[in-house]
Ligand binder design. Structure first.
Ligand SMILES: Cc1cc2nc3c(=O)[nH]c(=O)nc-3n(C[C@H](O)[C@H](O)[C@H](O)COP(=O)(O)OP(=O)(O)OC[C@H]3O[C@@H](n4cnc5c(N)ncnc54)[C@H](O)[C@@H]3O)c2cc1C
Length: 467
């Protein structure tokens, strides 16, 4: 009898397993992680492009929350953390590369004048909603609808869409203000102006994330995916079984606990922690908790594609930006491009400059496009943006690598918090079952670590797993 089976060996599952062993005293031999793919790590993955190792999925962690920095420290990686060079990011729109305006929250401006150029003069005037009457907001609405009504469509189309899209790969007019920007939802509920709410929030955080010369992000030399590699090594060294290539087909309640079916075997367990994306969690929960499964299945996801280019450095135009975000209103194929060699120290060299582009927002279906087509679409957009900005052509890439992330990001649409509260209530009523991952309490890496730690703690507190 295994005491705990963690289903899913992405960051959330690996953290949950480690948490059980290191912080809750569960014997390492009593914890098993089952991962469907041939490797652990989920969305954190690195690979070689023109002989240089780079992240092909998530590439940086927010350091203003403690979870990721604490984990790096626990794994002995904190000293190695690297930070962006401070080269500013941009928005590519209306035929130009515009600096990301200072002092915004996810693109919502505290001072719309900072967005002049990206917004016309009339759009800037319309965007200041201070000094106007605002009836208090009583229910959840989309961030896009709220901002459009208060500040005008252009703020949503040119600012909020690209910045929010960079995090959620979604659509501002569908994503929940309560879930995505609680500070703004609170201000709107109190009848305050969004402009003043953003000013107050950015003043508290030292000017807002976009206002700092060096954003509060960190990565690791050789790729952030080293984090999950170190986690996996740590678990294996402690004696935790991490079985890859083992997709879980079913989890079933038994008299004494659970039975987990995978790879033709039935594994008995005291407790099960599902750390899989929402569609997989829905499928596994359906026999035991059909209503919770329906709720999870109803969460839309965005399938994304990350294209990494290696260019010959000698032929590159100078890139004085760390990359650019692209508003969907402009109809481009890509939603963002990161000039990795400009953004991160030590990425690329005299021979190779690395650039990546991402495609795919919620609702886009890129599955019938070949890798060559996706690479060509991305290259055409990046080349045009660089040409408009520098007047020079990009050289032909030395190598192009296409990485697909189907269902990569859950969408926190209007009503998401209430939906997840219903799922949590249903799961809380079932002994020895917990959930962790990007659909529950934030999509970013620190939030996922947080859900994993909390789920492990609840599992132990529930009594089935007593140390
Ligand atoms: C392209 C991309 C870039 C991102 N960039 C960033 C970033 O820079 N910074 C940031 O903070 N966040 C970023 N995110 C978000 C963040 O990386 C993810 O939300 C987070 O890593 C999710 O971790 P997870 O373990 O919950 O899920 P996943 O990484 O999806 O792991 C879930 C695991 O479960 C496995 N699984 C599924 N079904 C089964 C089954 N039946 N049996 C066994 N195993 C199963 C999967 O194979 C997978 O390995 C990015 C997301 C994407 C898609």
């Amino acid at each position: 009898m295994t005491r705990a089976v963690v289903v899913g060996g992405g960051l959330s599952g690996l953290v949950a397993a480690r948490e059980l062993v290191v912080h809750h005293g569960i014997a390492s031999g009593d914890v098993t992680v089952l991962e469907a793919r041939e490797r652990a790590g989920g969305v954190l993955l690195r690979g070689e492009v023109a002989g240089r190792t780079v992240d092909l999925g998530a590439e940086s962690v927010l350091t203003t929350r403690p979870e990721a920095t604490d984990l790096l420290a626990e794994l002995g990686l904190a000293e190695e953390a690297v930070h962006p060079t401070g080269v500013p990011a941009a928005v590519w729109s209306r035929g130009g590369i515009h600096p990301v305006p200072r002092g915004t929250l996810m693109g919502v401006p505290g001072d719309a004048a900072q967005a002049a150029g990206l917004l016309t003069e009339q759009e800037v005037d319309r965007a200041d909603d201070s000094g106007r009457e605002h009836p208090p907001l009583v229910e959840d609405v989309s961030l896009g609808d709220l901002v459009a009504e208060r500040m005008g469509d252009a703020v949503v189309d040119r600012l909020v869409e690209p910045l929010l899209g960079g995090v959620y790969a979604g659509h501002a007019r569908r994503l929940s203000v309560r879930a995505c920007l609680p500070a703004l939802a609170e201000a709107a509920a109190e009848g305050r102006s969004l402009t003043e709410a953003v000013q107050a929030a950015t003043a508290r955080s030292g000017g807002g994330t976009q206002a700092r010369p060096a954003p509060p992000f960190a990565s690791l030399p050789g790729g952030l995916a080293r984090l999950v590699e170190a986690l996996t090594d740590d678990l294996v060294a402690r004696g935790v079984r991490v079985r890859t290539g083992t997709p879980v087909e079913a989890v079933t309640r038994t008299d004494g606990g659970w039975e987990v079916r995978a790879a033709g075997q039935a594994l008995p367990a005291d407790a099960v922690l599902l750390a899989v994306p929402a569609p997989a969690a829905a499928a596994l929960l359906r026999p035991e908790l059909p209503a919770a499964a329906d709720e999870l299945a109803a969460v839309p996801t965005a399938s994304m594609v990350v294209v990494t280019f290696a260019f010959p450095t000698a032929a590159m135009p100078p890139l004085d930006r760390s990359g650019f975000l692209v508003p969907p209103v402009d109809g481009r194929a890509i939603k963002a491009s990161t000039f990795l060699s400009a953004k991160w120290p030590g990425v690329g060299d005299d021979e190779v400059t690395l650039v990546r582009a991402s495609l795919g927002r919620a609702g886009d279906d890129l599955s019938d496009r070949t890798d060559d087509e996706l690479g060509a679409l991305a290259l055409a957009d990046v080349a045009q943006a660089v040409a408009e900005h520098t007047g020079a052509d990009l050289p032909a890439p030395l190598e192009v690598r296409v990485q697909r992330w189907p269902d990569g990001l859950p969408q926190y649409e209007v009503g998401h918090l209430e939906r997840m509260a219903r799922v949590a209530d249903a799961v809380a009523a079932v002994p020895g079952l917990e959930l962790a991952g990007s659909v529950y309490d934030g999509v970013g890496i620190p939030a996922c670590i947080g859900t994993a730690r909390a789920a492990a703690a609840r599992l132990v507190a529930g009594g089935r797993m007593g140390a």
